[in-house]
Design a protein around this ligand. Structure first.
Ligand SMILES: [Zn+2]
Length: 137
């Protein structure tokens, strides 16, 4: 599978969770709103009914710092309709520090892979109509 397709697949999996208003508010403050299992401490991004690790149904909100590293990304030089004036940019899958949570976001002004090596530290800086906005740390 070409990398771009893989990224789009990951994006479609992780993007759904970013729709909730309280999640968006947290992202605007540079944070991630996660659901923490009260039994085992496992963190989940989406609204879940059972802990994927221990099966418990108890959760509490947990605010994570929106800091992490680039896990993978794809550069959008030919953006979707409506995003033309924003290209080139990268859809980044970011691995959040001190967790196994991955989240995708938008990093402007990325032209070539040399601009964004895998592992580059990035941070969440906001949320707009494109989704989560990232910046290099
Ligand atoms: Zn659990």
């Amino acid at each position: 599978m070409p990398l771009a397709l893989v990224v789009q697949f990951i994006y479609s999996k992780v993007c759904k969770l970013s729709a909730k208003p309280e999640f968006i508010e947290a992202a605007k403050s540079g944070n991630i709103l996660a659901r923490k299992c009260t039994k085992c401490g496992e963190l989940h991004l989406a609204t879940v009914y059972f802990c994927k690790k221990c099966g418990s149904k108890g959760f509490e909100d947990s605010i994570l710092k929106g800091l992490g590293k680039v896990a993978t990304y794809t550069i959008m030089t030919v953006p979707p309709e409506g995003f033309e004036n924003l290209a080139p940019y990268a859809w980044v899958v970011m691995e959040i520090d001190d967790s196994d949570i991955r989240i995708s976001g938008f990093l402007p002004k990325i032209v070539t892979p040399a601009d964004l090596p895998i592992g580059t530290p990035v941070k969440i800086t906001g949320f707009d109509e494109r989704g989560i906005v990232l910046e290099k740390q």
